[in-house]
Design a protein around this ligand. Structure first.
Ligand code: 2PG
Ligand code: MG
Length: 411
């Protein structure tokens, strides 16, 4: 039973204000701090009440007595009560950050009170397996300054790793190797990193692909495991809806939807890409369908397209838009809704990628949510405290389970 709720304003990895909540269940406290995105989908839950973070916190103090006494193990009930209190479609009154922090903190407290880890609470009968870590080695777009590439994320994944230990080692090595390669091209590289810990060299997309693919090849050869490259294009952030063009302003190139499709297909061929997140803008269901028909053995992933929203996913699944979905709890607002989304993705045979936000906290919940939802991958960066907290938690869980096997990937 929920006994008490405390909340405060704290800071995320970008130094922005966020909401942190402590929930007490049967004498035990669970705590969660909401993350926040920079490349935000238009259909996402709104983070805060329009009057700001302080107003969001004041509201929380007002309505939280209504949550006291609720059965904390009923995740869906808590989600439903919060939706009723909010009364909007997208948490624009009480704020998705508050909904996130309350529901995740409650789950943590409940698990602790039962003496079990969070992943076990969320998925009691799991035959647990490890997700593959998608590591950000080079940042562009909204996660970096104007000298960096237009494409938001260059992601590596050690698809041939046999254990999470091996997988993390590979990602760390690629991250280091990418820096070396950048310094070969630019001896004055300052070592600058973007919001998610990937490097931010002053290069265009094409050079970034060269740098990253040669780095991963070196590490792949050294370790003898297959490492693949993928991207989060975050295309909505450079889609111009008036021009109906994808505007790569740093590269000085504009692409129509058809040219974007060609561009993506060429990249897949040239760099053997296995993962394409948001290759088209957030309403481009038809282009997603076209690309999905054209490619095999490639994850075509909806992030801003689906925004962890079950009805948007079902719409996509019906017409074959993509074959994988990003799961971000704060995109939908509550943990209950995110768990429901994961179940729908499973029914539709979509792969799942549990993901951090570019502004994140040092919380570890993401690792548990990825395991509980049997996500094929977890996207949470490589370096930086707020990224490593999740990766190190995977190592602890692996130890606790006694050597967890890696989930199967279709590549
Ligand atoms: C994304 C995320 C995380 P943001 O686009 O997938 O990498 O970025 O949190 O800024 O939306
Ligand atoms: Mg994304």
């Amino acid at each position: 039973m929920i006994e008490s709720i405390k909340a405060r304003i704290c800071y995320d990895s970008r130094g922005d204000e966020s909401i942190e909540v402590d929930v007490k269940v049967d004498g035990v406290v669970g705590r969660a701090c909401a993350p926040k995105g920079a490349s935000v989908g238009r259909r996402e839950a709104v983070n805060f009440n329009p009057a700001g973070v302080e107003a969001t916190l004041r509201l929380l103090f007002e309505y939280s007595p209504k949550l006291i006494g609720l059965d904390s193990s009923d995740i869906q009930l808590l989600s439903q009560v919060l939706r009723e209190i909010d009364g909007t479609e997208n948490f624009s009154r009480i704020g998705g950050a508050a909904a996130y922090a309350i529901t995740v903190a409650t789950a943590e407290a409940t698990a602790k009170a039962k003496g079990i880890p969070l992943y076990k609470l969320l998925s009691p009968e799991g035959d647990y397996s490890m997700p593959y870590p998608l590591g950000n080695v080079l940042c562009g777009g909204k996660h970096a300054g104007r000298g960096a590439p237009d494409i938001q994320e260059f992601l590596v994944c050690p698809v041939g790793a046999k254990s999470i230990k091996e997988a993390l080692k590979a990602n760390m090595m690629v991250h280091k190797e990418v820096r070396k390669q950048i310094e070969k091209k630019d001896p004055y590289f300052t070592g600058g990193k973007g919001d998610e810990g990937g490097w931010t060299p002053h290069v265009k997309d094409e050079e970034a692909f060269e740098l990253v693919s040669s780095s991963l090849k070196m590490v792949s050869d050294a370790l003898g495991i297959d490492i693949r490259l993928g991207n989060d294009f975050a295309s909505s952030s450079f889609w111009d809806d008036d021009k109906k063009m994808y505007v790569y302003s740093r590269a000085g190139v504009e692409r129509s939807p058809g040219e974007q499709l060609e561009f993506i297909m060429d990249l897949v061929k040239k760099y053997n890409l296995f993962y394409l997140e948001d290759p088209f803008q957030e309403e481009a269901y038809d282009e997603f369908v076209e690309l999905t028909k054209k490619l095999r053995g490639v994850y075509i992933v909806g992030d801003d397209l689906f925004v962890t929203n079950t009805s948007r996913l079902l719409k996509g699944a019906k017409i074959g838009a993509g074959n994988a979905a990003i799961l971000k709890v704060n995109q939908v607002g509550t943990l209950g809704d995110a768990i429901e989304f994961a179940a729908s993705a499973r029914e539709c045979k979509y792969a799942l990628i549990t993901s951090h936000r570019s502004g994140d906290s040092t919380d570890v919940h993401l690792a548990h949510i990825a395991i509980a939802t049997q996500s094929e991958m977890i996207k949470c960066g490589i370096v930086g405290g707020e990224r490593l907290s999740k990766l190190n938690e995977l190592l602890r869980i692996d130890e606790e389970i006694g050597g967890c096997y890696m989930i199967g990937l279709e590549v």
